[in-house]
Design a protein around this ligand. Structure first.
Ligand code: NAP
Length: 631
């Protein structure tokens, strides 16, 4: 039997799809468990590889099985006896023991049948709550919209305060050419609001903004967002146990009082401009990547770009075709991970399957989650491994070798460039970036120059490096990242007894589970300290965990008719000691390379140090004894 020659589905479909999730979806849809049996077993050790590392022979068998099942499915769509979802998750995760622990997590992510397992499951009307309860959410980005939706599901009065004129957070701010997400889009989306028609595997900024706008409208959250509303301060009143927020809007200043505050302002929203001598003297236009000046026509211009992080690696290739001359100033090269489909549209064949095989998009999501689920394994320090800036373990060294080979393959014909682009720090010590060849193609262009000499100063007409060479520029673009460790700035937050949160933190932000801080009752943080993900999963997953946990805290308050909930100091401190210890044994904590994962004191204040499973388990519901509750 041919696997592809059919006029019933696009000929290329079965070649273009990742077979493991397709087989799982077909097994679920046809009730045929045998589709995933026997010789198609997956090896978790190679799950990151395309097709989960299935051999050519396995792929052949898998495609034959898929074609037969697809034909049966198209002929007969009557409901079939179900195959337990758990069995299919076990197949996909290929690791029965680990899968057992993670089964509930994956089942939630699947959200088969359009259910929403992470919805609050309670409503304030069912509780014996005697007083009104209102919440202000600060920020209408991915996290803020999500938690507002969850609050509304629980019948809690919520207002979202957004300083911008539109929603979207990072997807509102970053409009630079080439901007797109670098997590598979089936995963970078809400588990309960999945879409089967992502146009790209890694969607562009406009597509993501549309997704979040559409969600805000469909969920009804949009009506509760106050745009153009900048929260200047939040102050807790020890007597009323309520928060007062000072707001600045184009129409004037005002205040609002609420029972609880949720900060959802993100980590990567305050542009970091480099302290380079003479920066203010530059005579031409200049801007940060997150504040792109679309009014300046780059055609024919000499452009200087400072930085080679995630943003620059996206916008440099995108603008290279229009500028006359492009000088890229690199201080530290990034590790690149080969991602051939990074810029690709979802193919017609795959889209056909997504349209015709029930829940395939959901299985795709779980597959993508599983592929990086244990991403920390390759980034964990092996104490027996010789300490160096080369690698932190045998597994980390294997990643180094593979990534070095990729760079050699990309830049082999340009030894001058190759010498500049191979990092001298362990993989995962800084943010690894996706690449489909665009970076090498761009740097090899005749009018593009990669400069690695340190910067000395900026003059009115260009950039001078330490060797005294001035390279003229008409425009300077700063891809220099964000003030990630300055959590919640510039907002002033005063908790119990008027204590200022920033004075308390002294530049070293900490919170329990990234969400609550002793002395700041009824105040919650999303994407707070030590909740950034860098080698696994998707930040939407963490936001869903945080939303559930925060809703759990609100429920505790309402159920017991408490007026305040506040994390205990000993719990907070013990948690942070554990976080620090765990981060020290990760590549980003052990390496001395600078990165935005560390704050100015050198502590890793941004990253979650361990597995997704750990965070999911810890945030399922608040532990009553972790908190002091007050009336
Ligand atoms: P970044 O990763 O912090 O990169 C900043 C770049 O600017 C680095 O190359 C840095 O060099 C350089 N730089 C900073 N100050 C400098 C100075 N004074 N002199 C010379 N070079 C300087 O910032 P980003 O690229 O905006 O990305 C930040 C994060 O945002 C990413 O890691 C990612 O999490 C997120 N992001 C995601 C996407 C996506 O999903 N596709 C896209 C963009 C951003 P050093 O490395 O030497 O410090």
């Amino acid at each position: 039997m041919s696997t592809t020659s059919t006029d019933r589905w696009p000929a290329s479909a079965l070649e273009e799809v990742e077979l493991p999730p397709l087989l799982a979806a077909l097994a679920a849809a046809t009730g045929d468990r045998s589709l995933v049996d026997g010789e198609l077993a997956l090896d978790p050790a190679v799950r990151m590889l395309p097709q989960g590392g299935l051999s050519p022979a396995q792929l052949h068998t898998g495609r034959q099985r898929a074609a037969a099942a697809l034909a049966r499915l198209l002929d007969d769509r009557s409901p079939q006896p179900p195959v337990p979802v758990a069995d299919l998750v076990r197949y996909l995760t290929g690791e029965a023991a680990a899968a057992e622990v993670s089964l509930p997590l994956f089942e939630e992510e699947l959200a088969v049948g359009g259910i929403d397992p992470r919805a609050p499951g309670w409503h304030r009307d069912q509780l014996d709550a005697v007083r009104p309860f209102s919440v202000a959410v600060i920020g209408a980005g991915m996290s803020g919209l999500l938690v507002a939706h969850r609050l509304r599901q629980a019948g809690i009065e919520v207002t979202v305060l957004e300083k911008n004129a539109d929603l979207g957070g990072t997807w509102h701010d970053n409009t630079y050419p080439g901007c797109r997400v670098d997590v598979h889009n089936h995963l970078y989306s809400y588990s309960f609001d999945q879409r089967d028609d992502w146009p790209h595997h890694f969607s562009t900024q406009d597509v993501l903004l549309d997704y979040f706008r559409s969600f805000a409208e469909r969920s009804g959250v949009m009506a509760h967002v106050r745009f153009g509303t900048d929260v200047r301060s939040a102050t807790f009143d020890d007597d009323t146990m309520r928060w007062t927020l000072e707001l600045r809007t184009p129409k004037g200043d005002s205040t609002v009082e609420v029972d609880a505050v949720i900060s959802a302002v993100g980590q990567l929203n305050r542009p970091k401009m480099p302290a380079i001598e003479g920066r203010d003297r530059f005579a031409g236009p200049s801007w940060h990547s997150a504040r792109w000046d679309h009014g300046v026509d780059l055609r024919g211009k000499r452009v200087a770009v400072i930085g080679t992080g995630a943003s620059a690696l996206q916008f440099v290739p995108a603008i290279s075709g229009e500028v006359a001359d492009l000088v890229v100033y690199q201080r530290t090269p990034p590790w690149l991970g080969s991602t051939p489909d990074y810029h690709d549209d979802v193919s017609a064949g795959l889209q056909w399957l997504l349209d015709h095989v029930d829940d395939l998009g959901r299985w795709y999501r779980v597959w993508r989650l599983w592929q990086t689920f244990d991403g920390t394994a390759n980034a964990t320090v092996d104490p027996a491994w010789p300490a160096s800036e080369r690698s932190v373990s045998a597994a980390n060294d294997r990643v180094r070798q593979a990534m070095t080979a990729y760079l050699e393959d990309q830049f082999g014909d340009r030894p001058d460039l190759l010498a500049k682009v191979v990092p001298s720090y362990p993989p995962s010590a800084k943010r690894g970036l996706r690449d489909n060849g665009a970076w090498a193609r761009t740097l090899k262009l005749d009018h593009v120059h990669l400069v690695t000499d340190p910067l000395r100063e900026i003059t009115p007409t260009g950039v001078v490096t330490a060797d005294g060479v001035e390279r003229p520029a008409d425009v300077i673009i700063y891809g220099t990242g964000f003030e990630a460790s300055k959590f919640l700035t510039p907002m002033q937050v005063r908790g119990r007894g008027g204590v200022d949160l920033h004075q308390r933190w002294q530049g070293d932000a900490r919170a329990y589970l990234g969400m609550t801080v002793p002395g700041f009752p009824n105040f919650f943080v999303m994407y707070g300290p030590n909740t950034n993900l860098v080698v696994h999963g998707s930040i939407t997953f963490f936001s869903e965990c945080q939303s559930r946990y925060i809703l759990g805290c609100v429920r505790l308050l309402l159920e017991g008719n408490w007026r305040s909930i506040e994390c205990r100091s000993d719990v907070h401190d013990a948690f942070n000691a554990w976080v620090d210890e765990a981060n020290r044994s990760m590549a980003w904590g052990a390496s001395s390379v600078s990165s935005w994962y560390k704050n100015e004191l050198g502590r890793v204040a941004q990253n979650w140090p361990t597995t997704l499973q750990e965070y999911w388990t810890r945030t399922l519901s608040p532990n009553r004894s972790d908190f002091a509750l007050g009336r």
